[in-house]
Design a protein around this ligand. Structure first.
Ligand SMILES: NC(=O)c1ccc[n+]([C@@H]2O[C@H](COP(=O)([O-])OP(=O)(O)OC[C@H]3O[C@@H](n4cnc5c(N)ncnc54)[C@H](OP(=O)(O)O)[C@@H]3O)[C@@H](O)[C@H]2O)c1
Length: 248
């Protein structure tokens, strides 16, 4: 059985829109699941693999098997904007972000969250606006994102949300808590954080803190991807900020 057939068996069929979705961060933990689920639903999908990726052949195979096109347009407002226009994209998923280890390997200079989490999101948002295709932006942010946050990560996430909103385009801003599951790489902080957090929240839930538990409980890439797609394809013209139960 091919990967595409396996994927089709694993996920119930949805209502594909027939419109083109462009997935930035397609190679990530959440991004690859968004690509897979969109393909299963029969959507036209363009999976972006960064131009300097050493793993391009692997992704070409994986995404090609699923039925997605692979694109490596450089991170540049003009070039990405032209690509969005040419493909008449209706949804742009922005599922990008770095970690200290990844930024070190990439030799990212300066503030890594400013350069990657904010910087690439701003390029994507500006490109979407300049394309004239008026796509909906689906931005994967984080619980606690706030330009005034003391954490650099959360502050630049908050500023990235601002860049998405400033386009005037429709958007879905998703603010999940920890995203857990089996990764290619080891992320002990994520594992421990989600396990400890979920245990404390289970107690809070028993004591009546149901809203708190819904907001901060960890999630998985498949559940999150399904919610992102659901909100991304919702009819109408929403400007949405979603967290907790709305992401399940
Ligand atoms: N994981 C969590 O618990 C969690 C919780 C809440 C919010 N979030 C947010 O959601 C985002 C996505 O989560 P995830 O777990 O899917 O992340 P991930 O697995 O680390 O994927 C990140 C994506 O960003 C790309 N990327 C990273 N640095 C880049 C760079 N310098 N240039 C171009 N592309 C770059 C990666 O491309 P390559 O594969 O080529 O490196 C990958 O496609 C995170 O970055 C995070 O801020 C995560």
């Amino acid at each position: 059985m091919s990967a595409a057939e396996r994927a089709r068996e694993a996920v119930p069929k949805g209502t594909a829109t027939g419109s083109t979705a462009f997935v930035l961060g397609a190679t990530g933990f959440v991004g690859r699941e968004v690509v897979r689920q969109l393909c299963v639903r029969g959507a036209k999908v363009i999976a972006h693999v960064r131009p300097d990726s050493k793993e391009r052949p692997r992704w070409q195979q994986t995404f090609g098997d699923l039925g997605a096109a692979v694109d490596s347009t450089p991170w540049n407002v003009v070039q990405l904007g032209e690509r969005f226009a040419q493909a008449e994209v209706k949804q742009v998923y922005i599922l990008i972000g770095t970690t200290r280890a990844k930024a070190k390997a990439d030799a990212v200079a300066g503030n890594i969250y400013e350069a990657v989490d904010y910087g690439l999101t701003k390029i994507a948002a500006d490109a979407a606006k300049s394309s004239g295709a008026a796509p909906r932006l689906i931005y994967l942010s984080s619980v606690g994102a706030d330009p005034k946050a003391s954490s650099q990560y959360l502050a630049w996430r908050g500023k990235a949300e601002g860049a998405v909103i400033a386009t005037g385009l429709d958007y879905v801003i998703a603010r999940p808590s920890f995203i857990t599951g089996a990764r290619d790489e080891s992320r002990p902080g994520e594992k421990i954080g989600s396990a400890v957090g979920d245990s404390l929240l289970a107690v809070a839930g028993l004591l009546g803190g149901r809203k708190l538990r819904a907001k901060y409980r960890s999630t998985s890439p498949d559940v999150l991807a399904a919610a992102l797609i659901r909100h991304g394809e919702e009819p109408g013209h929403p400007k949405l900020v979603v967290d907790g139960a709305e992401l399940r």
